[in-house]
Design a protein around this ligand. Sequence first.
Ligand SMILES: Nc1nc2c(c(=O)[nH]1)N[C@H]1C(S)=C(S)[C@@H](COP(=O)(O)O)O[C@H]1N2
Ligand SMILES: [Mo]
Length: 375
Amino acid sequence: MDPSTQTPFSNRLTVLQEQPYNAEPDTAALIAHPYTPDELIYCRNHSPIKSLDAAAFTVSIGGIVQNALQFKLEELKRIFPRVEVVAALQCAGNRRKVMGERKKRNVDGVKWNEGVICNVKWAGVSMRQLLLAAGVRTQSGLHLCMGSHVVACSDDNWFGTSIPLDKAMDEEGDVILAYEMNGRALTPNHGYPFRVVVPGYTGVRWVKWVDSIIVSERQPDNFYHKRDYKVLPQEVTHSGGWWCKIDPLQFNPLNSVVASVSHRSVPTPSLYIKGYAMAGSSGQVKTVEVSVDTGRTWHKADITYQEGRWSWTLWEVSIDISGSLPERVWCRAVDESGAVQPADSDWNLRGLAYCGYGEKDLTRVEGNVGRDCRL
Ligand SMILES: Nc1nc2c(c(=O)[nH]1)N[C@H]1C(S)=C(S)[C@@H](COP(=O)(O)O)O[C@H]1N2
Ligand SMILES: [Mo]
């Protein structure tokens, strides 16, 4: 089927907003796959979803470059080598609901639970190669501005944001202009024909339906870049004059989430716990630890999937329990630099980048837990 005619809606996602379409999967279903299948990939949109005709659509590369270029999908595929990168894509609003509940304070925005993340094998063209072909002049302090003008958004008439040019020019930054996900063309939901993939960076920088790439001394004047996706200080309760004082959020925080807990009675009573972890700016996740006694002892989980610097990490652990069911299960990630996920992170007005310990509350579990069951 032509990818541009596929239906945008999956019955495996919980819809949090109909228009624009915003939906996320259940985390227990999500972590059953190392590469997230299309029907379990969250959808985060600030506009309606456009089905575009790749034969007519062009992406242009310009700004502070020697020769501006523009390409259609077929040309791009013909001229540049196809490169792959496995990278997790996560919305800055992942766990916003948890932040609101823990802090007992309202947070502005879609009340995302913990499923606004996916792990995908992306393929496309190296952004570095593309920029070199355009004769980019590397100098520090420049920005790579990325925009999509195909449809008006809720708070602006186009969608645009930027990343430091250095990230795109870094040979190990792995930024790509993607046209495939998990071996197939991007779907309209996720940016067909082109989206930017910025491994390690928060989802809003991964512009979908991207039609303009500009090297600039200035960051774009777009609502989603200037007046959203910034972690405001915790004392700020009205964003007003604060937006211009804070830099955009770029890297994801080091994070982990408990996705499923099952009780097993044989050979000894135990909890079988599974989840995911996500790396921050200081290296890939090295270990994940789980506690069933509110942090007195930590058990090292087995890492069941991890691939390269930018993938998510899937983990599981079985912990013996004697007597009654613990009240809660906690998890935390540790990265290669030794950085440890914090127990809690600050409240901020938009509920962004929450990264306190992962937790599953078992006090609400009812009935006889002597049986084998999912809790
Ligand atoms: N053009 C465009 N690109 C966009 C967005 C958007 O609304 N419009 N949403 C951004 C945000 S906030 C996130 S988290 C990711 C979501 O990507 P997905 O819907 O493919 O999961 O895309 C980003 N790119
Ligand atoms: Mo996002």
